[in-house]
Structure formats: structure tokens, C-alpha cells
Design a protein around this ligand. Structure first.
Ligand SMILES: [Zn+2]
Length: 244
């Protein structure tokens, strides 16, 4: 097992930085409204993205899979449900990362669905105006996750593209969820909800979280008052009809 893990690690993208207290900047490439408008190709490499954080989520050029990162390792879940390591030269059209360091941690147990979890996480927010990174580790008694299909040009909008997404359901699965909550006033940049991506502990299953039931988990929250935004320098972004 250790040899296998080492062999995989050798071709993995691993964040090289170290989170320091007070360094809570969220780094974002492009915007959710650009993604919704069908801007699925970016020029940001994962090598560059990984310089800005060790935890986060996003997608890949041509909308070719769900991305999540934690502990400095970047993962890709493709439409066929397979989990892959992300090569440094891969490109993203939309991603959000941060050097994660939980300011608040607590345990949760019992039958909480997504709505109940969101309400509970909301109650731990210091305020409703500052974005927050979140990490949840543990057992989920039920989970529904998805991954989109790689898109062909001319790209449709996101709602159309997601019609061919694959979804999977799992029971009693252990793993890690990472993501962000953004305030309503930032909704053009990021979804103003608890946006979560999942990877199983055995690294065989993952995706964007559609529904869940909490079994027993630990939660870490990292509010981040600083944010850096980089927009694509592409013609597609320049020409896109982006509306909130
Ligand atoms: Zn997502």
C-alpha cells in the first residue's frame, strides 16, 4: 500500500506552500457567472493555482470533471466516475482555493440532511458578509454526487451542459468534503450556498455534492476576509454575455 501510494504521489500535483496564521486569502480564477455563461476554457494551470492554496474546488477546461483539493493534493473526478490525480499542466476555467487553516472546529453527529447542515453551518458564521472555506471529514450515511460530461464547442451554457451529468448515490461512505460559502453580495463570483465537493477516504469515489446525510463528522471553518480574483485573458471571456 505504501509503495502504491508513493508511486501515485510521484505524479500528483502537491501544493508546495505552508499556511501561516493570518494568511486567509481566497484565490479565485474566473467567476461562477462566466461558467454559467459557458466560458469553459481558461489559461490558469493547476501548477499556478496550487501556489495560492491547498484546499478548494473547481472544474477543468471543457468542463471535463469536478475538482477538489485538500492537504495540498488536487483531484479530478470525471464523467465516468473515475478519480484521477491532476497533472500540473492541466488547465482550469473556474477554481477557488485557499491556504486552509480552520479557525473554528466542531463535531457533528446524527441525521442531518443538506438543508439542516447548511442551517447548522450558518449558525457558526461570525457574520453573513465574509466568505468562508469549509472542510468536513467523516462518515456520511447517504450521499448523492455528480460529475459533468466533457463539453464540445460551441459550448452550451452550464444549465444545458449539466443535463448530461452523471450522478451516483452512496450509503455509509467515509471521506472528505471541501468547499466554500459566499455571501449573497458575492453571488456573481461564487454560488451563495454551501458549495461542497467530496472525495472518499479510499480515493475511489467523488464529485460535486447534490445531497447528503451526516453520520458523524468533524467540521472546520476558515473565514477569509481577503480575496484575490484573476479573470481569464481569453477572447471567449471577453465576448461572453455574462449576466448575474
Ligand atoms: Zn461544484
Amino acid at each position: 500500500m505504501r509503495i502504491g501510494a508513493a508511486a501515485v504521489a510521484a505524479c500528483m500535483l502537491v501544493w508546495g506552500g505552508a499556511a501561516r496564521a493570518g494568511e486567509d486569502t481566497i484565490f479565485q480564477y474566473s467567476t461562477i457567472d462566466a461558467l454559467v455563461a459557458g466560458v469553459y476554457d481558461g489559461e490558469m494551470t493547476f501548477a499556478e493555482l496550487a501556489r495560492h492554496g491547498d484546499l478548494g474546488l473547481g472544474t477543468f477546461n471543457a468542463l471535463d470533471g469536478e475538482m477538489l483539493a485538500f492537504d495540498g493534493v488536487f483531484w479530478r473526478i470525471t464523467h465516468d466516475g473515475k478519480v484521477h490525480a491532476v497533472p500540473p499542466e492541466a488547465l482550469t476555467p473556474f477554481a477557488t482555493v485557499t491556504p486552509f487553516e480552520a479557525d473554528t472546529s466542531f463535531a457533528l453527529e446524527g441525521d442531518l440532511d443538506m438543508t439542516a447542515l447548511a442551517a447548522l453551518l450558518d449558525s457558526h458564521l461570525a457574520d453573513r458578509n465574509t466568505p468562508v472555506a469549509v472542510r468536513i471529514d467523516g462518515i456520511f450515511t447517504a450521499l448523492t454526487i455528480r460529475a459533468p460530461e466533457r463539453q464540445q464547442k460551441p459550448y452550451p451554457g452550464l444549465a444545458e451542459a449539466l443535463k448530461s451529468q452523471n450522478t451516483w448515490q452512496h450509503d455509509d461512505i467515509e471521506g472528505t468534503m471541501v468547499g466554500f460559502w459566499f455571501p449573497a453580495w458575492m453571488a456573481s463570483l461564487d454560488p451563495p450556498v454551501w458549495h461542497l465537493h467530496f472525495l472518499s477516504a479510499d480515493q475511489t469515489v467523488g464529485g460535486h455534492v447534490l445531497a447528503l446525510e451526516i453520520g458523524a463528522v468533524t467540521v472546520g471553518l476558515d473565514p477569509s476576509p481577503d480575496m484575490a480574483l484573476v479573470l481569464p485573458r481569453t477572447q471567449a471571456f471577453a465576448d461572453a454575455e455574462i449576466s448575474p
